[in-house]
Design a binder for this molecule. Structure first.
Ligand code: MTE
Ligand code: MO
Length: 322
């Protein structure tokens, strides 16, 4: 089989999306130029369904759909969704599905610590069984101006908050991705601020839309989506939705997130979707609906304004948009 191995800066123009271009430029400048992109051919992806049978929570799928959250557009094709990902831990290519199969998702322990009543650790399956799962249809808007619509399975993050019992003095929750340079080649890129970290205010984490994802399309999530536990905050740009979480750390200091640490002028802490606030290098006015060839106007808070606008009252002076 003739697998073409490309370097990060040789990826075809149509795939050179903005987060990508930034990383490729950094890679060229830095000493660690090597294997930024794994260069996996798209058609080589996805034999991963085999591993689903081993998922200890497989009996919970498909989870009952929560009909409250409706869409204004069709669901993205499952194959499209599973073969076009951002998971820089495995490389900067969109076609990291195959590379991400190296991730070991069981056993998987989640640590809850910092400003909580009592720090603890819990296995992901115990957590999932304790809180239960449902299905929600959400839009997802990447800061790179493309979007998908995804049937997620998982649970409202407020359920984890009830277990975590943050102290009244905690203001933020900082979430961390696993760190394993042997498994995840992207994490060997020394100029990137690993582990991938994201954060929410306590009010955002408790919000009804804030969802911890365990599955997609009625099945446990393929690894490339950030199995076994990732975030979905649908009114913010996709980079807030941290994958493969191992730690929820409660703190009174605003977390220095991965993208903000890398380039604060381009990626902020709040990262709420706003078509009127352009990214320094491109417009956010419209988005490509992946798999349709269509562009549509982007909507403030990605269409979830009626749910979340109140969260930001009095914060107008903050840089609320990425
Ligand atoms: N750990 C980790 N989480 C991450 C990323 C990443 O590179 N590493 N990329 C983010 C970005 S930029 C996006 S758009 C979404 C993509 O999620 P998807 O591949 O499931 O569509 O994951 C986010 N979470
Ligand atoms: Mo993104």
């Amino acid at each position: 089989m003739n697998v073409i191995r490309r370097r990060g800066w040789e990826i075809p123009e149509r795939e050179a999306t903005p987060e990508h271009v930034f990383l490729s430029r950094r890679a060229l400048l830095g000493a660690a130029a090597g294997a930024v992109a794994m260069g996996i051919a798209p058609d080589a992806a996805l034999a991963q369904r085999v591993t689903d049978q081993l998922d200890p929570t497989i009996d919970l799928y498909p989870a009952k759909r929560n009909e409250k959250y409706t869409l204004d557009r069709p669901l993205t094709d499952e194959k499209m969704n599973a073969n076009y990902n951002n998971f820089f831990d495995f490389g900067s290519s969109k076609h990291i599905a195959k590379a991400a199969q190296a991730l070991k998702i069981r056993p998987w322990t989640i640590k809850i610590d910092g400003m909580v009543e009592k720090p603890f650790e819990i296995g992901v399956d115990d957590l999932i069984r304790k809180v239960g799962i449902e299905e929600r249809l959400y839009r997802m808007r990447c800061v790179e101006a493309w979007s998908m619509t995804i049937p997620w399975s998982g649970f409202q993050m407020s359920k984890l908050m009830e277990l975590a019992k943050p102290l009244g003095s905690a203001k933020y929750v900082r979430m961390e991705t696993f760190l394993d340079k042997a498994l995840a080649p992207g994490q060997r890129q020394a100029f990137l601020p690993w582990p991938y970290t994201e954060g929410l205010t306590i009010a955002e984490a408790n919000h009804e839309l804030t969802f911890l994802v365990t599955g997609t399309y009625g099945k446990p999530a393929p690894k490339q989506h950030g199995a076994p536990l990732r975030l979905a905050v649908p009114w913010k740009y996709g980079f807030k939705s941290v994958k493969s979480i191992v730690r929820f750390n409660f703190t009174d200091k605003r977390p220095n997130t991965f993208w903000e640490a890398l380039q604060s002028s381009e990626y902020g802490f709040w990262a709420n979707v706003n078509p009127q606030v352009a990214h320094p290098r491109w417009s956010q006015a419209t988005e490509e609906i992946l798999g349709t060839g269509e562009r549509k106007p982007t909507v403030i808070f990605n269409g979830y304004g009626e749910y979340v606008a109140d969260l930001y009252k009095g914060l107008e002076k903050e840089r609320l948009w990425a």
